[in-house]
Design a protein around this ligand. Structure first.
Ligand SMILES: *Cc1c(COP(=O)(O)O)cnc(C)c1O
Length: 385
């Protein structure tokens, strides 16, 4: 089976992890700060808080921005459920903005229409979470302008987009957002096995997130309500969690960071080959907005079903039967039973529904060989009939 995505582990990665195993600290040692500094330096952002998953990063990002009961968070329906679940963890409510039919990212025009309506109803969102689907940056400047006008905060779910750029600057620099989150799950661009990070320009937000990642406990006397009782003393000043990243994970991530640029460049080579070789087939290849340089986590095609004598499911199954581990990113979140039960309306996002009826993610990862890619293309040709 050729999977849709997979990690690449080098001898240097293994050596880095083994060195941590033999060291004094398996957790709460020097590697996590080093990894945080490496990611922050790559992105040109002053603060980074590494955690055990992007899901945790989204949760503490929402908490740091003060999301709570009675508040709304809006996001794209074409995303992993974690982009929306973070609001539910905080007792807030979720609504969805339809996607742009070309980029498949949250559509700024749809966002503006929804904001105008929400303002009249007195239900403006506190947070909007643009998701850089497949690694392609959202139209951040337009979304940021709306944030200024309507007073919401922005968390970029950049789980797919490390190594990408928007208007020639790295995704993660938070020029147009309050916080940016990356995921380091093994299918993503670089991995720490499980892991995530939250980046911000705000020292205050970084401080809140660092507190929330470790039980809400501080050892800094300046933040305590009274003088420390002794060298053992700490205070819990908020309700936090154990969302810490381990030293093993950070060492792996630090080692992987050295290959980030190379990985993304390779993904672009593979995407160019797909673009060329699929151009004669009845499929729509990914469109790239001129303002962005995609991280290319995913390569999503859409079937032109009117030109194919088969259904979406038949083509998908025919690929799987030929050993191609295609996938579908994503099922619109509002169709999930948990969200249906919360009263989300299914026909509110026609572009998202249309996308879901046609999309297939083809294999895309840095170590995919050209021979394997040719196998994928041949299998797709056969599957289309
Ligand atoms: C993978 C992913 C997440 C969750 O990441 P974890 O690190 O697995 O928690 C969130 N949002 C999107 C868009 C993702 O692809």
């Amino acid at each position: 089976m050729i999977p849709y995505g997979r990690q690449d582990i080098s001898q240097a990665d293994i050596d880095a992890v083994v060195a941590v195993l033999r060291s004094d600290f398996l957790t709460q040692g020097p590697m996590v700060p080093r990894f945080e500094q490496a990611v922050a330096a790559h992105c040109g952002v002053p603060h980074a808080v590494a955690v055990n998953s992007a899901t945790s990063a989204l949760h503490i990002a929402c908490l740091a921005l003060g999301l709570g009961p009675g508040d709304w968070l809006w996001t794209s329906p074409i995303t992993f459920v974690a982009s929306a679940n973070c609001a539910l963890y905080c007792g807030a409510q979720v609504d969805f903005i339809d996607i742009d039919p070309r980029s498949y990212n949250l559509c700024p025009q749809a966002l503006e229409r929804k904001l105008i309506h929400a303002q009249r109803e007195g239900r403006l969102p506190k947070i909007v979470v643009p998701v850089h689907l497949a690694g392609q940056p959202c139209e951040l400047a337009a979304i940021h302008a709306l944030a200024q006008k309507y007073g919401f905060r922005i968390i970029e779910d950049a789980s797919h987009a490390i190594g990408g750029k928007y208007r020639d600057e790295p995704i993660g620099n938070c020029r147009y957002s309050d916080i940016t989150v990356f995921s380091f799950h093994p299918v993503k661009i670089i991995t720490t096995a499980e892991g995530g990070i939250a980046l911000t320009r705000s020292a205050e937000l970084a401080h809140k997130m660092a507190l929330l990642r470790s039980h809400g406990i501080t050892r800094d006397p300046a933040q305590m309500t009274e003088e420390p009782h002794g060298a053992w003393y700490y205070q819990q000043i908020a309700l936090g969690y154990n969302y810490r990243m381990t030293e093993l994970q950070a060492a792996l991530g630090l080692s992987q960071m050295q290959r980030l640029t190379q990985y993304v460049a390779r993904r672009h080579e593979l995407a160019r080959r797909y673009d060329e070789q699929l151009s004669a087939l009845p499929v729509t290849v990914p469109w790239q907005h001129p303002d962005g340089y995609s991280g290319l986590h995913l390569y999503v095609i859409r079937l032109q079903l009117g030109r194919i004598g088969k259904s979406h499911r038949q083509v998908f199954n025919a690929l799987r039967e030929q050993g191609i581990g295609v996938n579908l990113h994503y099922i619109p979140v509002y169709t999930q039973p948990h969200y249906r039960a919360l009263g989300c309306v299914q026909d509110a996002c026609p572009q998202a529904d249309a996308y879901y009826a046609e999309a297939i993610s083809l294999p895309m990862y840095a170590t995919l060989s050209e021979a394997q890619q040719d196998e994928v293309i041949a299998a797709l040709r056969r599957a289309l009939g």
